[in-house]
Every structure is written in C-alpha cells, then in structure tokens.
Write a protein that binds this ligand. Structure first.
Ligand code: ADP
Ligand code: MG
Length: 551
C-alpha cells in the first residue's frame, strides 16, 4: 500500500472550502456526476478513434445510497484511471484545481453576485464527506486502484480487485450532512442539476406497468416489471437541429422543463450558433400578463447540458428575462460577479445575439401570419414594448412589427397608422396628433366624439405605454400623443370644417385601398374630402416640391 502527502501549498484548505461554500454544499453531486459523464464521453471518443479497445455499449452512471453504511456511491462505466493516473489527476489536478478555485473564490466572494461555483471539481466531495474513496479500473489492461483520503492532505493508494471498467466514488457522509443520505433529497438534486445530462443516470428502480396479455380478464391486474429509474433525458430538444423538430416536440420539451406549467407557450425561438461563441438553446414566449413581477419559472442556464443557474441576469437582456426556456453555452464565465459578467465581451455578444434572434422571430411571425400575430399581441406586447424602451437596436427592429390597436380592434403598425391619420390628424404646425384612450369604458363618450369627427383612436393600456409614447415622440419626427379626453383636442387638430365628404366611411376605406394600388403615394396625396359640394368626391393633389422637380 502506498501512502503519500497531497502536495497543496495551503496547509489545510478543507475547512476553508467548507466555510466558503457552506450554502452550496449540494453542488458536490453535480461535480461528481460531471466527472463521471466526462469519463464516459472520453471513453466514447477513444473507442470511436480505435484507441480504446473496448465495446462502448450503453454505459450509464449510477447513484446509490447506502443509508446504514452512511455512504453515497457514484459509479460510472467510463474511462477509469490507473494508479499512476490517480496520483496525477486526483492528487495533482483535482487538488490544484481546488486550490486555484479557492484563490479566486475568496476574492469574488466579497462581491455578492457570484453566479456559479463551477470548477471546484472532485474536491467538492469533501464538503459533505469526511472520507472519500475512489475505486477505479482503467480501460487499459492494468489492475484497479483504490484511493482513500480522510480530508487531510494524506492519502492511501492500493490495488483493488474491481474487474469492470470504470470508477466508483464512495462518499462517507458527514453527520451534519446526512440529508444527502435521503432518497428525496438526492432525487431533487439529480432533477435540478442533471436532468438533461448526456449519459443516462440511474437512481434506483421503478415499477413499470406492462400491457395486459391477450385474453386477460377485465379486472385482472396489469403485469408489472421493475426497471432502472433513469432520471435524465440525455438528448434534450435544444441539442438537436431545428430541422429535426416538430412544433409538438418543442411543446413537449416545454412541459419537460416546467412540469408544473399547464399553459402552453405561444411560440419558441431555437438558438443555435457556434461562431464567434458557442450557444444553443430554446426560448419560449409564455402568455404574459400586465404583471411585471418576476416569475418562478425562469430561463435556465446550462453548460454542456449541466444546469448552472436560473438567474440569467446579465446574460440575457433584461426585457427577455420574462421569457422561459434554456440557454446552453460553455462560453459564459461562471466564477465571476454579475458586474464582471456584464462587461465581458463574449457575454455582450451573446446578449445581442439573443435580442436579434428574438426580433427576427417576431418579425417572421408578423410577416407570415399577421392575423395570428394580432391575436397574440396582448400576450406579448409587454415584452416587446419593454424591449423597445430599453434596447435601441430592438426598437429599430420592432418598429416594423410593433402594433398599435385601435378602440375598434384594428391593429396598425406605426407606418400604417401614420398613413391612416396624417390627412386628418395634424395640428396647425402639421404635427401629427395621435389620439388614444386608456380605458374604453371610462372614456367612451370622448371616443365616440372623436370617431364622429373621423379620427382614429388607439387603445393603449399596458402599464409602460406612457413611457413608450414618450419614446416614440422623441424618436419619430413631429408627432405627439394626446389622450382622447384631453380638453384641447379640438384646438389641437387643424380644423377642416369647410371640407365636405360625400362618401360613407365604408366607401372611403374601399376607395382608399383601390387608390393606394394605382396612385403612387410618394408622388400624390389623395384627399377624400372636397371644399365644394358640387365637386368630385375626392381630390388628388401633388406636393409642391414634386411639381417643381419636374419643371
Ligand atoms: P476537472 O473535471 O475540471 O478536470 P476535477 O477536480 O473534477 O477537475 O477532476 C480532476 C481529474 O480527475 C479529471 O480531470 C479526471 O482526469 C479525473 N477524474 C475525476 N473523476 C473521474 C472519473 N469518474 N473517472 C475518470 N477520471 C476522473
Ligand atoms: Mg470535474
């Protein structure tokens, strides 16, 4: 049996680690399962290039509780380690990794916004265990090794008679950490961190009901069978190509992500980019209410299918944190504070990529099925309006599909609205006056009066719309919003009392549509009123400057 001293410069970093990571003890399981996954994927790779002379098969990872022995086992069928490799990778790599981690963590811990504790690795086992054993058999033809360490820098290493390839980690759980010997607690952690990891993870067995055999009687019980309880889905939707997925697959994945969410999402956005950064994911637009409160079901951040956090502040633009779904990127630095994150170049690029993809998706929904888009408007407007207010780039894109509904249920884009009202609703300085109501019932009589004069009245009732109006007033030229019950409306809008219309509203709309097609709007102005009751029912005028251009 070999004995040795782990070469760490900080004499006793165990108590330090414990103290610093107190609230995060639970991440040890994620770290050990990540290692087991890495070891399995390494084997897969070596087998595929012919370097490991083994049958890869269908390896899985098993988590087992030994309550009486107060032990937790994590067993994989991966690449394994020789004794020499244990010395190197555990005594040197794992421990130097832990030391480095501690160095980093001590500083950043002052900043309360740490988002994840990735990188602590194997060493995190000592947060919950007073003794850790590794029994491992390499895929190479060498005897298995048994490493033991009781949380001091001393370890033992001896041969072992394990014959199957792979690694078993045994944690002797501390008295005060015995929650990690509870089935329900471990299951909770597995579901939280490992639900979408790429190698099947077995945790106990479950009873599966089989179909009744032919000729079985009505009240015969259906036969059952004990099968491995695999807690994860190794191939979650976001890791697949969008072309391989149907709408139903996206909906199913939403239910998988949020089992307690019974409302279907409105639509999804599949993110998939590998240059200049690596990012995959699926975002969902849930039905929004006017309630801006932070929701419980939030976007989840993963790295290589390992859950990191559901606080994506700083990574996803704030207005999109109301969405749901998953983003997975190995390029997001984790052992850092939020403020550092926001200044990080890669993260900035990721954030603007997400904004662009969301805007593009909305644009295509608008273009492809406007009717449907209008139906969804009330449920999505809060995100879009908030985005227009907070991100200039999003404002520019959203201008094409942001909708302004009227009290009569018509939906205009800004340009459409402009064209619809410019003839009638301008003030003496030719400033466009956009009328709106915030409450159809309370402002009913004002709305009717405005409509009688031929004005269009918008219905703008979302909680941030006043900010949006201000934003539009500053970014569009020469416009102003006026609420329909403002007493100065009649003074505001230029009076055209001497204009007479011979057409009904219906005739006007039809004629307007027809004329739009045959008369280029950029060259002529059509006016559906005339000054003289004997004149033709409409007028076509040409702006002064156009006439001059021809001369
Ligand atoms: P990291 O995973 O970041 O490399 P860890 O501290 O988690 O750091 O692990 C240190 C090293 O120990 C790994 O790089 C790997 O070589 C080895 N190792 C840990 N767990 C296993 C395992 N289950 N099977 C094979 N090798 C392992
Ligand atoms: Mg690791």
């Amino acid at each position: 049996m070999a004995k040795g001293n782990i070469n760490v410069s900080v004499e006793n970093i165990f108590p330090l680690i414990k103290k610093f990571l107190y609230s995060d003890h639970e991440i040890f399981l994620r770290e050990l399962i990540s290692n087991a996954t890495d070891a399995t994927l390494k084997l897969k790779h070596l087998a595929s290039i012919g370097e490991a002379k083994v049958e890869y098969g269908n390896p899985q990872i098993e988590v087992k509780i030994d309550k009486d022995g107060k032990k937790l086992h994590i067993i994989d069928q991966g690449i394994g380690m020789t004794a020499e490799e244990v010395e190197k990778y555990i005594n040197e790599v794992a421990f130097s990794g832990a030391e480095e981690f501690l160095d980093k963590y001590k500083d950043s811990a002052k900043d309360s916004g740490i988002i994840g504790h990735f990188g602590l690795g194997f060493y995190s086992a000592f947060m919950v265990a007073n003794k850790v054993e590794i029994i491992t058999k390499s895929h190479k033809d060498e005897p298995a090794a048994h490493w033991t360490c009781d949380g001091s820098p001393e370890f033992t290493l001896e041969p072992h008679d394990k014959t199957e390839r792979g690694t078993e980690i045994i944690l002797h759980i501390n008295e005060e950490d015995n929650e990690f010997l509870e089935e329900s607690r471990i299951r909770e952690l597995l579901v939280k961190y490992n639900k979408f990891m790429p190698i099947p993870i077995k945790f106990g067995t479950k009873t599966e009901t089989l179909p009744k055999p032919e000729g079985a009687k009505e009240d015969d019980p259906a036969p059952t069978k004990e099968v491995d309880d695999i807690i994860n889905n190794p191939n979650p939707a976001w890791t697949k190509q969008p072309t391989d997925l149907e709408d139903e697959d996206y909906k199913n994945f939403y239910r998988e992500l949020y089992p307690m969410q019974f409302e279907e999402p409105l639509f999804h956005i599949h993110l998939n980019v590998d240059y200049p950064f690596n990012l995959t994911g699926i975002l969902y637009f849930p039905k929004m209410t006017n309630d801006l409160n932070v929701q419980k079901d939030r976007i989840q951040l993963y790295q290589n299918q390992v859950f990191v956090t559901d606080n994506v502040e700083g990574i996803v633009p704030e207005f999109l944190t109301m969405l749901r779904g998953v983003i997975d990127s190995p390029d997001i630095p984790l052992n850092v504070s939020r403020s550092y994150l926001q200044a990080d170049g890669a993260v900035k690029k990721i954030s603007s990529y997400i904004t662009r993809k969301v805007a593009d998706k909305l644009k295509s929904l608008f273009n492809n099925n406007r009717e449907d888009f209008e139906k969804k408007w009330d449920d999505i407007k809060i995100v879009i309006e908030y985005g227009m207010l907070s991100e200039e780039k999003f404002f520019d894109k959203a201008d094409a599909f942001a909708l302004y509904p009227t009290v009569d249920g018509k939906y205009y884009t800004y340009d459409e609205l402009y064209n619809a009202i410019k003839a009638k609703q301008t003030d003496k300085d030719d400033k466009l006056v956009i009328l709106y109501a915030s409450n159809k019932d309370e402002q009913h009589s004002y709305i009717e009066a405005a409509k009688a004069k031929g004005y269009e009245v918008l219905l703008l009732d979302s909680p941030i719309v006043s900010h949006l109006m201000q934003k539009l007033e500053t970014s569009k030229e020469n416009i102003s919003f006026a609420r329909v019950d403002a007493d100065h409306i009649d003074n505001l809008i230029k009076k055209d009392d001497n204009k007479i219309s011979k057409l009904s509203d219906d005739e006007k709309t039809k004629l307007d549509e027809l004329l739009k097609e045959v008369i280029p709007a950029e060259k002529f102005t059509v006016q559906l009123e005339t000054m003289d009751s004997d004149a033709a029912p409409f007028m076509i005028t040409q702006p002064e400057f156009m006439r001059r251009m021809k001369e």
